[in-house]
Design a binder for this molecule. Structure first.
Ligand code: GLC
Ligand code: CA
Length: 557
């Protein structure tokens, strides 16, 4: 059954800036990660995915890379990074880093030369990026090449006076897109990747991987996403990286590609394909979008959560990859709201129970889990009252959009508190102290006030904590080879409950839970005669599932 090391991986995603500050400057750093490796080991984690650690002006917290070969000063030094790899490896842990290949920072030397005709290397680097002269109008003024909208809101085009051209950026204007049709550019990126492999990296998470190719006819559509997303040729680029770099080095490749069809998913991550090994697909991440909301549209429009849609996505991906590839299990990453606030209930009355319910719904399924930092203690969305507590570049363009659409400040702020990426990026809550045990100084973004109640130190002491529950479930995955199971789902169409059963190497299991605040009638879907109640998130009474109640049964044997 097992073919690759990463099938037994338990991955933990670290958002470096917010994980642990070791020197009191308020910013998480690499020595902070090293400090916490023991904590992660106790969670059964054996693989870390670390958000970009490269030198960057931090317009998008490091996804805007200025120097691929340097560690950001905020995060430490190359020596620190080498030590992280060394200590992790000594503890049988693997290190996966983010690989941002779609764009660089506008402060990257390539772009500096590309945009400046008087630069000695201008001719060499100009075509590393994507330029367009725009359209000259009757009055002589220039118009943007297309109406395409960037992922952060606003046009994808910005004007560069010096060359009298527009450059393309599908994220912020400080993140110009690279031209993947340029062989020299691709070769430089490949050499860079090889350099990190030689340093000992065990894998990469490929950022924005389905955007590498663009439609160079530049049709004038709005928003035009189809012209810079999932175009067939991006597979050629990924295949080239896989053949030359990823496969020969036995790396784990996590690929980010939203909206992939079944066929495309297998093209990325099927066992016989190998562009990636695992796909980050987002199928279950935004199941509650209210299309009628015109004030804060798109992902910002919070609607009713439909559990049936979540289950549909989870079972869909399990089936797509069954025997043909490998599944990924995760609630969310650094780009989404906190799952306990989004899909659970962060009211103190139900916080612990619903967080445990969500963990049981996901983490006994087949595939490789990716736990996002703080999820294991049930960290919630932010409680920010001022726009300036938010730090994400996306927040500010989108806030202006909301105002243009006629939203009030209050409505806009609520949309941000519900949906902004910053919800997942507030500092990790290690303790109840002022800086939440994240920093001895002033944190780079405010800590959430509930850190006095929700924190690692408190949960370490409590055998019934969310942390204890995560430890138990993740340890079980290892003991009983749950990664290789194949579940039967019950009640897929119901929005109030979930249930699934499967056989692992030692036991058969039945997992059942109430997704709502209302009690439900409980009639088991399988015979419980040969089973024991192995775990539950509350006291159980026969015949009824209380609010958010979840039970895990397994055969005695
Ligand atoms: C990916 C990252 C996101 C980043 C974007 C641009 O979607 O997850 O955080 O802003 O790519 O690099
Ligand atoms: Ca620091």
């Amino acid at each position: 059954m097992k073919k690759y090391w990463w099938q037994d991986a338990i991955i933990y995603q670290i958002y470096l800036r917010s994980f642990k500050d070791s020197n009191g400057d308020g910013i998480g750093d690499i020595p902070g990660v090293i400090e916490k490796l023991d904590y992660l080991k106790r969670l059964s984690v054996n693989t870390l995915w670390i958000s970009p650690h490269y030198d960057s002006p931090m317009d998008d917290n490091g996804y805007d890379i200025r120097d691929f070969f340097k560690v950001a000063e905020d995060y430490g030094t190359m020596e620190d990074f080498k030590r992280l790899i060394e200590v992790a490896h000594a503890n049988d842990m693997k290190i996966v880093t983010d690989l941002v290949l779609n764009h660089t920072s506008d402060e990257h030397p390539w772009f500096q030369a590309a945009k400046d005709p008087s630069h000695p290397d201008h001719a060499r680097y100009h075509d590393y990026y994507i330029w367009h002269p725009g359209h000259v109008q009757e009055d002589g003024s220039k118009k943007r090449p297309t109406r395409w909208i960037s992922w952060f809101g606003g046009s994808v085009w910005d004007y560069n006076e010096a060359t009298e051209e527009y450059y393309l950026h599908i994220f912020s204007k400080k993140m110009p897109d690279l031209n993947w049709r340029n062989d020299a550019m691709r070769n430089e990126l490949k050499a860079m990747i090889q350099w990190w492999i030689d340093l000992g990296i065990d894998g990469f998470r490929i950022d924005a991987s389905n955007h590498l190719e663009k439609n160079w006819d530049f049709p004038d559509d709005e928003p035009g996403y189809q012209h810079f997303s999932s175009l067939p040729k991006h597979h050629d680029y990924l295949q080239e990286l896989a053949d030359e770099l990823f496969m020969p080095n036995n790396l784990l490749i996590l690929g980010e590609a939203g909206g992939a069809s079944k066929e495309e998913a297998l093209q990325y991550a099927g066992f016989d394909s190998n562009e990636f090994n695992m796909l980050i697909h987002f199928g279950h991440v935004w199941v509650d979008i209210d299309d009628s909301n015109t004030l804060t549209p798109g992902k910002w429009a919070k609607g009713t959560v439909k559990l049936s849609k979540i289950k549909e996505a989870l079972s869909h991906w399990i089936d797509v990859f069954h025997e043909k590839g490998w599944n990924t299990l995760y609630w969310h990453n650094h780009d989404h709201p906190r799952v306990v606030s989004h899909y659970g209930n962060d009211d103190p009355l139900y916080h612990e129970r619903s967080a445990k319910m969500l963990a049981a719904l996901l983490y006994l399924l087949p595939g490789t889990p990716i736990v996002y930092q703080g999820e294991e203690i049930g960290m919630t969305n932010v409680d920010y009252q001022s726009l300036h507590d938010f730090k994400d570049v996306e927040v500010f363009t989108e806030y202006e959009n909301f105002m243009r659409h006629g939203a009030s400040h209050e409505i806009a702020m609520q949309a941000l508190r519900d949906r902004a990426r910053d919800n997942a990026r507030a500092p990790m809550q290690w303790s109840s102290s002022d800086g939440a045990g994240f920093t001895a100084g002033t944190p780079w973004m405010p800590v959430v006030k509930n850190h006095t109640r929700i924190n690692v130190a408190a949960q370490e002491k409590d055998p019934n904590s969310i942390l204890a529950w995560y430890r138990m479930l993740l340890a079980l995955r290892k003991e009983d080879a749950i990664a290789y199971s194949y579940p039967t789902f019950y009640h897929l169409d119901k929005d109030d409950r979930f249930a699934y059963a499967f056989s692992a190497s030692h036991h058969d299991y039945y997992v059942v839970g109430n997704f709502t605040q209302e009690p439900l009638e409980f009639i088991p879907d399988v015979s419980l005669e040969a089973m024991d109640l192995w775990a539950a998130n509350t006291d159980v009474s026969p015949g009824e599932l209380g609010p958010y109640e979840t039970r895990i049964y397994r055969t005695k044997k």
